[in-house]
Design a protein around this ligand. Structure first.
Ligand SMILES: [Fe+2]
Length: 502
């Protein structure tokens, strides 16, 4: 391994920190690395070609009062694979908030678990008063990696190979700064478009938009809702965008007093909104009440839209008082507490009715697919399994949605994974002809590896384990970008050279 320290970031976190989401598998990193020719156990497939990008929360300063894991500053990791070799880079996203707090030497914004009035500066987010830490998702659009925030915020643009922050998405002056963009955007691999929505506390409470493959805002419409809502994700088909109004939202009475308390309303349905991708009239469907954090995919079939996602059987887990203070405080982050199960909604565009069915009794979440099948008929979903009581992943499951067959690979005890990504093999014909990639946080050996699985047979275990220079923090979302989606990739002999060629 050829490794350099690029930078060390000054942290003011205490040496004896005891917050569970800033220690152990969530211990933040402060070092930025550049590593080439990573050491490998096994063999990196020569036809694995592209980059796995993963966002993580890496707090640098103590919270003003109470830290929530979604407050941490965004740090993106990239593992690139080319010709059977691998490189690694990690960088903090140089957000406005990260830079301002670096200058101040302490937290300037109240986090998700704190009162907005504690913020020392004007902030962002649907709630307002938050630091836009850009630590939730990462996608690649128009050859650039875009990081996003848990609530609505800016999209930060990063070079997908060096992870240098290039600025914010501007869309030639049309970026909707007032509302921002939600955590999850969707890139359609067939058109190269980026689909997005945002939400807030002012009417119409939601907007939906489309950005073209050449990075111009081509569509932006109001999506009126009955009140402020907290949607997290969206889906799309070839002709439609799919939005949602889940019955989990800020208590309206407390909201009038400036308090932001999310409550589940089991007496209200889940409403799923279908809008033509370039239209503005939303057709709403009602379904059984739940909160859906993440959808997997959607596609058109006759008069119906088939929509798959994770149904929460218990969106508001009760505090049963048998865990630690932190386990109780963060019970909303544990998959087993929310009982997240893969579910299918069938939306009939003619009758306006929704039929739904649970696809499995297994508890999984953070589902991904071969992105070439985004928006069209597909068969396989790959999802993470969770550690009881915690926001940590202990394995991955391949769901065969045609046969109902599942196969699971469990990581060894005290080893945690990241949201997997599916990397289609160069020249693949079959949907599951490719690789699954995930990063580990290994508490037994105090290190991290990138594991590569055969996507057709993940339960057989990893084909290769690629060593990283330092143990990385657990985190949130990840993505796969094929080499041919990155400018200069094919002709470059190093990531830095690819940037110069582009
Ligand atoms: Fe998410």
């Amino acid at each position: 391994m050829d490794v350099d320290v690029v930078a060390r970031i000054l942290s003011t976190l205490p040496e004896d920190d005891d917050h569970p989401y800033r220690t152990g598998p969530w211990r933040p990193q402060t070092t930025e690395w550049r590593a080439d020719d990573l050491d490998v156990v096994g063999e990196i497939p020569a036809d694995l070609d592209g980059v796995y990008l993963r966002n993580t929360e890496n707090p640098v300063h103590p919270a003003i009062e109470r830290y929530h894991p979604f407050d941490g500053d965004g740090m993106v990791h990239v593992i690139g694979f080319r010709d059977g070799r691998a490189f690694y880079r990690n960088r903090f996203v140089r957000t406005d908030g990260f830079l301002a707090e670096a200058e101040a030497g302490h937290a300037l914004w109240a986090g998700l678990a704190e009162r907005p009035s504690l913020s020392l500066r004007d902030g962002r987010g649907a709630r307002g008063g938050l630091k836009d830490s850009s630590s939730t998702d990462v996608v690649v659009h128009a050859g650039v990696a875009l990081t996003s925030f848990y609530q609505c915020g800016d999209l930060y643009r990063l070079d997908p190979l060096t992870l240098e922050t290039l600025g914010k998405a501007e869309w030639h002056g049309d970026f909707p700064y007032a509302c921002g963009v939600s955590a999850h955007t969707k890139v359609d691999p067939r058109t190269g478009e980026l689909l997005f929505f945002n939400y807030g506390t002012d009417e119409p409470y939601m907007h939906y938009g489309v950005v073209s493959a050449d990075d111009r805002l081509t569509h932006y419409v109001d999506v009126p809702l009955p009140g402020p809502r907290l949607p997290h994700d969206m889906a799309f088909t070839e002709n439609y965008a799919i939005l949602n109004d889940c019955p989990m939202f800020w208590d309206p009475d407390l909201l009038k007093k400036g308090r932001h308390a999310a409550r589940f309303h089991p007496d209200l349905p889940l409403r799923i909104g279908v809008v033509p991708r370039t239209g503005s009239t939303v057709q709403w469907f009602e379904a059984a009440p739940t909160y859906v954090l993440h959808w997997v995919n959607a596609y058109e079939e006759g008069d119906e839209i088939v929509l798959d996602g994770f149904f929460q059987e218990d969106p508001e887990p009760r505090d049963v008082g048998d865990g630690s203070h932190y386990q109780r405080m963060f019970r909303f982050l544990a998959l087993d507490r929310m009982k997240t199960k893969l579910h299918r909604w069938r939306l009939n565009l003619k009758s306006g009715r929704c039929r739904e069915e649970r696809l499995t009794d297994s508890v999984t979440e953070f589902g991904v697919l071969n992105a070439r099948y985004g928006g069209v008929g597909y068969r396989y979903a790959y999802a993470a399994t969770g550690v009881e009581g915690w926001f940590l992943f202990d394995g991955l499951t391949k769901h065969d949605l045609l046969t109902g067959k599942e196969e699971t690979y469990k990581l060894p005890p005290n080893v945690y994974g990241s949201e997997p990504a599916m990397a289609p093999r160069a020249g693949a014909v079959d949907e599951d002809d490719g690789y699954l990639v995930t990063l580990t946080t290994d508490m037994n050996d105090d290190r991290s590896e990138c594991l590569i699985f055969d996507a057709a047979r993940p339960a057989d275990g990893p084909l290769a384990r690629v060593r990283l220079p330092e143990r990385v923090s657990s985190g949130t979302h990840a993505t796969w970008a094929p080499g041919d989606s990155i400018p200069g990739w094919r002709t470059a002999d190093s990531p830095e050279r690819a940037v110069r060629l582009a």
